[in-house]
Unconditional design. Sequence first.
Length: 314
Amino acid sequence: MDIGGTKIAAGLVGLDGKIEHQIRVPMICNEGSATGMAAVVSAIDLVSEKVKGANGGVASVRGIGICSPGPLDPNTGVIINPPNLPCWRNFPLAAQVAEIYNLPVKLDNDANAAALAEALWGAGRGYRNVFYVTIGTGIGTGIVFDGRIYHGRTGAAGEGGHVTIDYRGPRCGCGKRGCIEVLASGPAIAKRAQNKLRENPGVHSAMLYLAGENIDAVSSEIVGRACEGGDAVAREVLRETVELLAVWLGNMVDLLEPDVMIIGGGVASILKPFLEEIRERIPACCVNLRGHEIPLLPSFYEANSGIAGGAALV
């Protein structure tokens, strides 16, 4: 299961990492813990219906792996206080799911789990140390050293999306200023585009047409579509995003020097044409003289990395 701020994706995954079946349902994250839990149960039940038709039936399921935004405690299965899931504070999600379905349940940060899936079966396969980035409603990161997730002392390590690159910047949902999440996530891309359109009311942009002339309806998906069609304003927005990500990834190179860096998540497809440009900018943003040798790759699982990540945990 992959729990996000707006949706839950769940699927049946084989031991080889192949996703056999999958579904998506809305995540209700602003109406209390019970409503959020009901969305989780609904997703699992929908997958269970599909599993019944698979070879081996329900008995073939070995466990349930759950990816969620952090902070959380992977050792106890408790969701602590993720900015994008306000319905849950110190919520024992793994224990509640295990009690309902009588199966082993593993819980981890969504990016940690996705990083493990990419390291086991995806773009990171064959690399010793993997740094994974997921860009969507927020920005998450996962670090895999020698095939194991790096959790830190309490399980809270790897929150790279909340590394500040502008301490005077806008306030992030986590409470800090200038996190890369508040500057380069999907909503941040959309907001920057909206601001440019408001500041230049006479500008001609395909983004307005795609948004039905409603600036507030401009999304990161619309920015990507407009850029693909040659829209100058949309391209400017994404080039600014590229610059921000390069500065941040340069910091990650200096801190970790991984063997490979992988970018995934729902917004990754928008940035895919710019990956080479990001990689070319990184050496100027770090002191590591061999930073240019580190591959920057698109994820194998793309938007499905959370589903594969849950399976990797199990």
